[in-house]
Design a protein around this ligand. Sequence first.
Ligand code: TEU
Length: 555
Amino acid sequence: MPVVVPDNTVQDIKWWHSATVYQVYPRSFCDSDGDGIGDIPGITSRLDYLQQLGIDIIWLSPIYQSPMDDNGYDISDYRAVAPEFGTLEDFDRLVSEARARGIGIILDLVVNHTSDEHPWFLQSRQTADNPFRDFYIWRKPADDGGPPNDLQSSFGGPAWSLDPTTGEYYLHLFSRRQPDLNWENPKVRAEVYAMMNWWLDRGIAGFRMDVIDYIGKQVDRQVVTDGPHLHDYLQEMNASTFGGRDILTVGETWSATPGSALLYSGRDRKELCMVFQFEHVTQQWDAVHGKWRSKPFDLAGLKTVFGKWQLALANDGWNALFWGNHDLPRAVSRYGDATGYHSQSAKMLATVLHLLKGTPFVYQGEEIGMTNMPFTSIDQYRDIETLNMHRLQMEAGLSPEEFIRGANESGRDNARTPMQWSAAPHGGFSSGTPWIEVNPNYVTVNAERAMTNDASIWNHYRKLIALRKAHPVIVYGDYQPWLDQHPDVFVYTRRLEEVRLIVVASFSPGQVRLTVPTELVAEGKCIIWNYDPSDKIEAEMVLEPYEAIALLTVA
Ligand code: TEU
């Protein structure tokens, strides 16, 4: 069914336009058997919780067989479930139990690379003329015997490792245990598509595609993202797998620009439904040290990025909206105030994000305001990226205290501490010893407590998810920013025909006096608030710390 959007173009209605996705990191969600590692039966046991929250889709981070060098983003068998997570039967049961609750499951498709224990790689490394040699990317050493070129791994150090068996280097843009597949080889692509169809036939609702912007790489030219055949491969994948099925596909694309996002998600492109862009994340990073040193928070910059993406994908393509995931620090710690205004700032962040145009993604624990973890020693971290960085930065002379300060602000383990279910030992995550420590604030920040409090962050998320279903203006309304340069408030409107939604949110820990543009002074219905509801936007407002309010008006 088509809907007329404000500039009179027709936008097809898709079920995923009004859906909310919830990301589960299986290792840290719920442990059913006491081995300290979350598992699939654990996820199934929490489906009622997710149904109550109102989400439509669960994105599962990888559950496949893996030596777990990068917690499953290193797959050794694409058609088997990691034994620590359960069995294929457990997975099928999760899919059917989820479906019974109106929830679809999307899988993480990690096909830029495999594990070094994948049978393809074990074959590939044996001899230079092995039939699987071209499944990966091998090059002769440079004249000095060193790596063929300067490509670097995301986890630090060269992206090339020398394999003594054949005396050649193989490419790994992540750890040396994650060799990159050679997408130029049609046999690789055919294997990937067959595997995708095998999972689609099991009834999954889609894929999140890991570093999918890398698959068109041309290593000899040192081109990694946006390679010349990237979009050809995605169109081929679409035609060979999910093209005829009504599923959700979202690409992870750190390199995406509004222009490339339209190529990935444009309605006539036959590629993906949407991509994750990371400009609002990297906008807050230091120009030299990247995520390991953050800049002072810059709201005007953040608003510019969101506004740019809202406008660029207003009539074609689609935004994926998120504050956090398993690679990023906790949203309330990064963008809000996890100590002074924990509840208010977590609700404000949710309000601002969920009322934008796009599909919102909630990362597990975000809905109860889980915070960054106060690690005190390097022994507590588990993430390969953090541990590699530690080694490199110690060699470079950084002090251990400085390293821990940076890692506690930005490290990936912040997002990977166990889900806090209750005030029971280990937050109710496991009856055994968790693989990574639980954040000590589980005693007060936990799901059980949040669900019994009407004013909790959890109930705020539940309302926002339901509002998206109730009000087409949230799904399709035209976005307009206001007060762009204001350093403390984020103000925007959405409009669909005669209905207007006005969103006013403060990012300040102090009170803010605001002179409201006359066009926004209005009476209507307050649909979400985190202090007191008000059915008016007045010419002069005093916003409380991290206050957020949204008013629906009809012209
Ligand atoms: O992440 C891609 C990626 O580039 C991240 O490593 C990111 O750069 C980093 O976390 C930010 O510092 C995906 C997965 O989401 C991640 O968990 C995997 O480790 C990675 O791919 C390799 O599969």
